[in-house]
Design a protein around this ligand. Structure first.
Ligand SMILES: [Cu+2]
Length: 152
């Protein structure tokens, strides 16, 4: 084993300690939304709090719909906002932890979606007894979906 100088060793320890949160810290995430969407902003905040570098872009309804189609989203897979991160699409109120998992696992897929706007998902009110159960869907390239995670 080569001897590692103490300064390098402590830097490695610091890097290891930071690793869980730092892995995708600052990852650029663009949110496409309509100007009037409040829950889209709330979701952007949730992503920002979880270390993503979030920018928001307001689009007219028709342009937002076109962006969803271009992103490969099918009927029944859409929600309010459409985000792009690390080459993937993230549609709707997907928890940051699932986006992080997507970016570390890097499956051959379009991305993730939480269709519609289930109450209790990030940016859609508090999780609790009134929360709607919902699935995070992995969007496959052939238009099909797989359940990536289920909440609560
Ligand atoms: Cu929403």
């Amino acid at each position: 084993m080569p001897r590692i100088p103490v300064s390098v060793r402590s830097a490695l320890v610091a890097a290891a300690l930071l690793a869980p949160g730092a892995a995708v810290a600052g990852e650029a995430l663009e949110v496409l939304k309509s100007a009037s969407c409040g829950c889209c902003i709330a979701w952007g905040e949730h992503m920002r709090e979880n270390g993503f570098d979030v920018t928001e872009r307001n689009l007219a309804a028709a342009d937002l719909m076109a962006a969803k189609t271009r992103a490969g989203l099918k009927q029944g897979q859409t929600s309010c906002h459409t985000a792009h991160v690390g080459g993937y699409v993230v549609e709707g109120h997907v928890p940051a932890s699932e986006v992080r998992r997507l970016l570390s696992e890097r499956p051959d897929a379009i991305g993730l979606s939480v269709p519609d706007m289930p109450y209790g998902s990030p940016g859609m009110g508090e999780p609790g007894p009134d929360a709607d159960p919902y699935d995070v869907l992995l969007l496959m390239r052939d238009g099909s979906t797989k359940i990536y995670a289920s909440y609560p």
